[in-house]
Write a protein that binds this ligand. Structure first.
Ligand code: NAD
Ligand code: TYD
Length: 351
């Protein structure tokens, strides 16, 4: 039986990963560590309530004592580090917490794992630390080309700078101590349980309420969208079979300009929810500072080496996502009550 330490497993991708893994593998144990910031939500894990293979621990990945205690209690085979501050707009307003959690937290996780897994001159067999990173560390593309694993890191936002720093520490641990690691760098995810500060759930939620749909700049910035379950599958495969010390880019060649995404959501909601939802809701607003123009992943390495491929085409994934938000209005109401109101008012004021 394999034992996983998953961090950030009450957030968007982390909770999808925990649910995916427990469905896919019968004989595993997951210890799920999450600080439960505004982005973490135990409701995301409701489906697995009572499942003895899952243990939830509320803790901060920066907390040396709490994390080393877990390593003393469990013999982890894998650490999968999802925990992070993840929203670019928030990083522009308040970069420090991004350094604390994304860089400091990662180094703390690495140190705790390194201490626990040490054996003789090296490390116990079969152990692996997997850092969940992002294509945003590569910076921005022009009209052509794709991010490869060999593309130099060139982050622009405080968020991507913190993720790139974390990646560098992960590789430094590998190169300096021979510590067993992988890094995955995925493109933009979408799907159930995504917090409505991110484009897709924010647009679905606003459109349902006939509120303005804020589109930054000219709406022609391009993101490469991947259904969250395909990302979870990639992480599982890299943990299992990724070559030590390697980076794997994850993406499904699904590049779309933001305005296309917004119009697609309007069209779908008009068809299945309320036919009076239309493009008059679109509001072009002031651009994000330092807004990266285009992201696009070349996933050839993970396809060739591990046989990964994306299973959910965008046309299907976006409908599944919209249907999930339509069916989970209470989830949305709960996460958008309270602090979200202040966040939204502040972020979009004057826009
Ligand atoms: P999210 O913001 O939805 O979730 C982050 C989770 O981490 C939350 O549950 C939060 O409570 C927890 N957390 C935050 N600070 C913590 C701390 N100090 N200690 C413990 N837990 C803490 O983020 P997400 O979109 O699920 O992203 C997960 C990971 O995937 C991040 O590392 C992110 O950089 C990466 N990633 C995200 C995307 C995307 O499109 N969302 C794409 C590629 C990579
Ligand atoms: P986001 O979901 O924040 O992800 P990321 O910045 O990590 O790519 O944003 C996706 C794209 O959508 C990005 O180009 C910014 C744009 N965007 C808007 O146009 N309006 C919005 O209200 C938000 C949140 C994002």
């Amino acid at each position: 039986m394999k034992t996983y330490l998953v961090t950030g497993g009450a957030g968007f991708i982390g909770s999808n990963f925990v649910l995916y893994m427990l469905k896919k593998h019968k004989d595993i144990k997951i210890v799920n560590v999450d600080k439960l910031t505004y982005a973490g939500n135990l409701e995301n894990l409701k489906e697995i309530e009572g499942d003895e293979r899952h243990v939830f621990v509320q803790a901060d990945i920066c907390d040396r004592e709490a994390i080393s205690k877990l390593f003393a209690e469990y013999d982890f085979d894998y650490v999968i580090n999802f925990a992070a501050e993840s929203h670019v707009d928030r990083s522009i307003k308040n970069p420090e917490i991004f350094v604390d959690t994304n860089v400091g937290g990662t180094v703390n996780m690495l140190q705790c794992a390194k201490n626990a897994w040490a054996e003789g001159e090296g490390f116990k067999a079969g152990k692996k630390y997997l850092q969940v990173s992002t294509d945003e560390v590569y910076g921005s593309l022009g009209d052509d080309g794709f991010f490869m694993e060999t593309t130099p890191l060139c982050p622009h936002s405080p968020y991507s700078a913190s993720k790139a720093s974390a990646d560098m520490f992960v590789m430094a641990f590998h190169d300096t101590y021979g510590f067993p690691v992988n890094i995955t760098r995925c493109s933009n995810n979408y799907g159930p349980y995504q917090f409505p500060e991110k484009l897709i759930p924010l647009i679905i939620n606003n459109a349902k309420q006939k509120k303005a749909l804020p589109v930054y700049g000219d709406g022609m910035n391009v993101r490469d969208w991947l259904y969250v379950e395909d990302h979870c599958k990639a992480i599982d495969m890299v943990a299992e079979n990724g070559r030590d010390g390697e980076v794997y880019n994850v993406g499904g060649h699904n590049e779309r300009p933001n305005i296309f995404i917004v119009k697609k959501i309007i069209e779908s909601l008009a068809g299945k929810y309320d036919k009076t939802i239309d493009e008059s809701l679109i509001k072009y607003v002031e651009d994000r500072k330092g807004h990266d123009r285009r992201y696009g992943i070349d996933p050839q390495k993970i396809k060739d080496e591990l046989g990964w491929y994306p299973e959910t085409p965008f046309e299907k994934g976006i409908e599944l996502t919209i249907d999930w938000y339509l069916a989970n209005t209470e989830w949305m109401e709960r996460v958008t009550s309270g602090a979200y109101q202040n966040y939204y008012a502040d972020m979009y004021k004057g826009k």
